[in-house]
Design a protein around this ligand. Structure first.
Ligand SMILES: *[C@@H]1O[C@H](CO)[C@@H](O)[C@H](O)[C@H]1NC(C)=O
Ligand SMILES: *[C@@H]1O[C@H](CO)[C@@H](O)[C@H](O)[C@H]1NC(C)=O
Ligand SMILES: *[C@@H]1O[C@H](CO)[C@@H](O)[C@H](O)[C@H]1NC(C)=O
Ligand SMILES: *[C@@H]1O[C@H](CO)[C@@H](O)[C@H](O)[C@H]1NC(C)=O
Ligand SMILES: *[C@@H]1O[C@H](CO)[C@@H](O)[C@H](O)[C@H]1NC(C)=O
Ligand SMILES: *[C@@H]1O[C@H](CO)[C@@H](O)[C@H](O)[C@H]1NC(C)=O
Ligand SMILES: *[C@@H]1O[C@H](CO)[C@@H](O)[C@H](O)[C@H]1NC(C)=O
Ligand SMILES: *[C@@H]1O[C@H](CO)[C@@H](O)[C@H](O)[C@H]1NC(C)=O
Ligand SMILES: *[C@@H]1O[C@H](CO)[C@@H](O)[C@H](O)[C@H]1NC(C)=O
Ligand SMILES: *[C@@H]1O[C@H](CO)[C@@H](O)[C@H](O)[C@H]1NC(C)=O
Length: 878
């Protein structure tokens, strides 16, 4: 008896030992946790992080490098012990880690601190893992600033002080080689490296394709790099790595990514949640499924989406969107069905979590594959009612969300034009933990950027209430690139063509030395002056590589100029648009304030209208220019809820490039600029008087409609080709706006038309054009059209004129009055159009089947117009 009991005991002990061995063995052998730049080992969240210079850590360092340490960790993070040391390298450095083949999460911990002569703001480096490029030209402070700004301005409460980049990769090799390459002349650093094994059930290969009508795509992850862009615990609190024991992930709160944060309300129920499939245990911790967001207002069932999240992403990559669901409320099917949209395309219809997950309280996820093209840098995820459904409830629900970026060609890196680092205020102590791959879209995008600008406006306003002493000098705007190696940095950044193409070829952070500028402008040769602005002179110069540039040098005495200068940099370093002049760089040495812009070969619009020997512009060219400028202004006005007001719209601020593409310039007076009195003075001084909105004058209230007014004056100037104020003329003609309006009201604007245009324009287009200008000059701002409407009408005018040109050229006749209708006249004219000419179908832009072939630069609104029109004239066409 005793013997048997003893044997049982022994077995039990053995079992326990085996079990413990299995658990510990798996947990310890598998992860590699490296504390860089030290030989000491620290314990963080219950794990041992071995120093990278500690012998016997299975890590080999290829080349000599510097061990740096900081006494102060400027923030509060559960990783702070790791962030007190870093390894700094000015030459390529390899970390070779002996491991086993498999799937891993690789996390790079980057906490920027300066050490001796290494100013971390100057760091820039690339990282490769087993041959896959993860980042290149990576500037950590710039990334952090970008992410903080983005989050703060979308209502987040973020003051991140470090970066955690997470990648997923699969290796067949027995070792992992991490190569760090500093950008030439710069250096790189790394604080900690975390390699966590992942089981192969985390991703399945075949996933639904967005907009693919139920079709699937093969992810091919084995041949791609994967970066975690976002990981959110929707409707719940931050989940720290210690709460996601398996994979040590961080799950951010989602509210700052919601477009309207109160469109969804958080719910919570932690009772008895289980995974829908036993394979899913590593997909997310159950904690993620305990909270969710549902629509706040299910009574108001418009067709509009109710819950929307918006993310900045890098263009030209594929994305895997993983949505986590768990039905916490209903215990039956058909109670909650909804539709999922990803970037405005349907990812799923009739989505019923209960049905898909196989019950209530079942943790379930669904993956979607989406390709993001090179002109898109946001990812919208929207959940809304499915109007076609018969379900009792149309409410939607979401528990968690992940976005992974997938490489297309062995490269995950995306170059970002780092904005300025100066405006950022770090509130010490409040560190909101957000680590996941802050490497979001690099191109400054309308959506994000505009939010930033709005914030900047706020800040400016706040700042103006502060005491002057608290104002940071304008110099603090530029913190990237120190004087010591600025040339190298500048070179490096110019070599990087902005992958976003047409907008700007170089990144906006480029810093020039004064010597560069002097040599570019032949030591500020007066002969190279191409303009004199409110605050200084503009020179034509040739920057290295022979690129022509417009170099604007501020007069350092002028406080006024300084403020405008600052505004302009702020605006321009964030704004990118085909119809806004872009900034190449700046120089801030020796009290100089110099801005370098793309060179606009054809100068100002004004110079092509009058006062020079330049050949006159044709009516079509003038329309194209007006449309371009209107597009630029429309972008400024509508990018955000609050918009940006240019404030100084005039023909000398509309510049033309070598192809006569119009771009708005001179943001020195934009809304966020100096106080009202200042602006007033400055605009008067700069001779913009004839453009000023009288309502703005009277009420001192600036709105977008003031720009519309000024733009209306520009339109008249384009028609009449004379100065807006010409004191040498008889009294009633001095002010163009008044004079032209008098003729326009009598419908005889043609009387004062630029003689150069005589006969070479379509009369109808001219008439419409005059009407637009007239509307823009309405006395009251609220009666004026928006820039969007102006743009739309101008597009129409151009169409009319082009049709007329066609007709004149003896081609298939296409009378303008038959072609298209303005937005306002659409209904009134609809019948007339339909009756008057059915031949319009043979117009080249309208194909036989009624489909519109978009021109190169036509607005969407116009597309709609044509489409509807072709339906009208040929009802059987569709
Ligand atoms: C770690 O480095 C310090 C000095 O850099 C040295 O004094 C110490 O002995 C080292 N410890 C180990 C375990 O190598
Ligand atoms: C190094 O690798 C060996 C065998 O793979 C393992 O037993 C040991 O724990 C590793 N050491 C560290 C510090 O990870
Ligand atoms: C780093 O590793 C790569 C690939 O294994 C190798 O080609 C390169 O020479 C190594 N660099 C250094 C500095 O050892
Ligand atoms: C920001 O975060 C702090 C600490 O987490 C909190 O006390 C404060 O209320 C938050 N502010 C806002 C506006 O959310
Ligand atoms: C498509 O992918 C989903 C997972 O996202 C999977 O459940 C389904 O079986 C796949 N369909 C096909 C035809 O492979
Ligand atoms: C949570 O769910 C359970 C059923 O799983 C339900 O009985 C309970 O009332 C729910 N609690 C709340 C607060 O909704
Ligand atoms: C949770 O599950 C257990 C066993 O599966 C069951 O006894 C219990 O009633 C459940 N609790 C709730 C709140 O559903
Ligand atoms: C779980 O994964 C295994 C292999 O990884 C697969 O064969 C099995 O079908 C999966 N089970 C479910 C329910 O998806
Ligand atoms: C999706 O629609 C929104 C709102 O209409 C728009 O702002 C956004 O640019 C669209 N996104 C894409 C990728 O088309
Ligand atoms: C780096 O730039 C930031 C700007 O946000 C500034 O606060 C910080 O002092 C700079 N660091 C150094 C070492 O220049």
């Amino acid at each position: 008896m005793m013997k048997v009991q003893g044997m049982w005991g022994l077995c039990l002990v053995l079992l326990v030992i085996m079990f413990v061995y299995a658990v510990i063995g798996e947990a310890q052998i598998a992860s590699f946790l490296i504390n860089c730049g030290t030989n000491s080992t620290v314990n963080v969240d219950g794990r041992r992080w071995v120093g990278d210079s500690n012998p016997g850590n299975n890590v080999t360092l290829s080349s000599p490098s510097i061990e740096a340490s900081t006494a102060t960790f400027n923030g509060d993070s559960f990783y702070s012990p790791l962030y007190k040391t870093a390894r700094i390298f000015s030459d390529s450095l390899n970390y070779t880690i002996q491991g086993t083949p498999g799937n891993y999460f690789l996390r790079l911990h980057l906490y920027p601190f300066s050490f001796e002569k290494y100013n971390v703001n100057d760091s820039s480096f690339a990282v490769e893992a087993n041959g896959l490029t993860l980042v290149s030209e990576f500037n950590v402070p710039g990334e952090i600033l970008h992410k903080n700004t983005y989050l703060q301005n979308s209502g987040g409460n973020s003051s991140l002080s470090f970066l955690l980049k997470e990648f997923f990769f699969t290796t067949n090799a027995n070792s992992i080689v991490l190569e760090f390459h500093p950008t030439k002349g710069s250096f790189g650093f790394i604080n900690a490296i975390e390699i966590v094994p992942v089981d192969d059930k985390l991703f399945v290969d075949s996933v639904n394709k967005v907009g693919g009508n139920g079709g699937n795509s093969s992810l091919n992850l084995g041949r791609r790099g994967v970066e975690t862009m976002y990981r959110l615990n929707v409707g719940g609190a931050l989940i720290k790595p210690a709460q996601d024991l398996d994979l040590r992930r961080v799950w951010e709160v989602d509210s700052s990514y919601m477009i309207t944060a109160d469109a969804g309300s958080g719910i919570r129920n932690s009772s008895n949640i289980t995974y829908a499939s036993p394979n899913d245990t590593s997909v997310a911790p159950l904690l993620v499924y305990e909270t969710a967001r549902t629509m706040s207002n299910t009574q108001v069932m418009e067709k509009r989406f109710n819950m929307s999240w918006k993310f900045e992403v890098d263009p030209d990559f594929d994305y895997l969107v993983r949505l986590h669901f768990c039905e916490l409320v209903y215990d039956r099917a058909n109670q909650r069905t909804f539709r999922i949209y990803i970037n405005n395309r349907t990812a799923a219809n009739n989505f019923d979590i209960f049905v898909r997950a196989g019950g209530m309280n079942k943790a379930y996820h669904q993956d979607y594959f989406d390709m993001v093209s090179s002109d898109i840098s946001t990812l919208w995820i929207q959940l809304g009612p499915d109007t076609t459904t018969s379900a009792a409830e149309t409410d939607a629900l979401l528990n968690g969300l992940e976005i992974f970026k997938l490489s297309r060609n062995g490269n995950l890196a995306h170059l970002r034009p780092y904005g300025n680092l100066g405006e950022h205020k770090t509130s010490k102590g409040v560190i909101f933990w957000l680590g996941i791959g802050a490497g979001v879209a690099s191109v400054v995008v309308l959506t994000a950027v505009v939010i930033m600008i709005v914030c900047f406006c706020k800040k400016r306003r706040n700042k103006q209430n502060d005491t002057k002493e608290n104002l940071p000098g304008w110099r603090s705007l530029f913190l990237l690139g120190a004087a010591t190696n600025s040339t190298a940095n500048a070179k490096a950044s110019t070599e990087n063509q902005n992958p976003y193409g047409s907008v700007a070829t170089v990144r906006s952070r480029r810093r020039f030395t004064l010597a560069d500028i002097r040599s570019a402008t032949n030591n500020f040769d007066e002969g190279l002056v191409i303009g004199v602005g409110g605050f200084g002179k503009v020179f034509k110069g040739e920057i290295e590589g022979g690129t022509l540039a417009a170099i604007k040098r501020a007069n350092p005495q002028s406080q006024q100029g300084l403020a405008e200068f600052e505004t302009e940099i702020e605006m321009l370093s964030k704004l990118r648009h085909r119809h806004l002049v872009s900034m190449i760089g700046f120089c801030d040495e020796q009290n100089e304030m110099i801005l370098v812009y793309e060179y606009m070969a054809n100068g100002t619009l004004r110079s092509h209208l009058f006062g020079s020997d330049l050949p006159p512009l044709s009516w079509k060219q003038r329309l194209d220019v007006c449309i371009g400028a209107a597009r630029g202004l429309h972008y400024l006005h509508t990018g955000s809820e609050r918009g940006i007001i240019h404030r100084d719209v005039k023909t000398t601020n509309i510049l033309l490039d070598e192809d006569f593409v119009a771009k708005m310039a001179d943001f020195g007076l934009s809304k966020t600029g100096p106080s009202l009195e200042h602006t007033h003075v400055s605009t008067a001084v700069k001779g913009s008087f004839g453009y000023l909105d009288p309502e703005y004058f009277r009420r001192q209230q600036l709105t977008e409609k003031s720009d519309v007014y000024s733009f209306g004056v520009v339109l008249f100037e384009v028609v009449c080709a004379r100065a807006v104020i010409n004191p040498s003329l008889p009294k009633d003609q001095i002010n163009l706006a008044e004079w032209a309006m008098r003729w326009q009201r009598q419908r005889s604007l043609e009387t004062i038309i630029d003689p150069q245009l005589q006969g070479n324009y379509s009369p109808e287009s001219f008439m419409r054009f005059g009407e637009i200008a007239e509307k823009c000059l309405a006395d009251e701002g609220k009666s004026r059209p928006t820039m969007g409407e102006v743009l739309w009408h101008l597009e129409y005018v151009l169409q009319v004129h082009e049709a007329w040109l066609h007709g004149n050229a003896g081609e298939n006749s296409f009378s303008s009055s038959q072609a298209l209708r303005t937005l306002a006249d659409r209904q009134a004219e609809a019948q007339e159009v339909a009756i008057s000419n059915v031949e319009a179908c043979s117009e080249p832009k309208v194909k036989k089947d009624g489909e519109y072939t978009p021109g190169t630069d036509k607005s969407d609104a116009l597309v709609v117009g044509v489409d509807e029109f072709s339906q009208l004239v040929k009802p059987q066409g569709r």
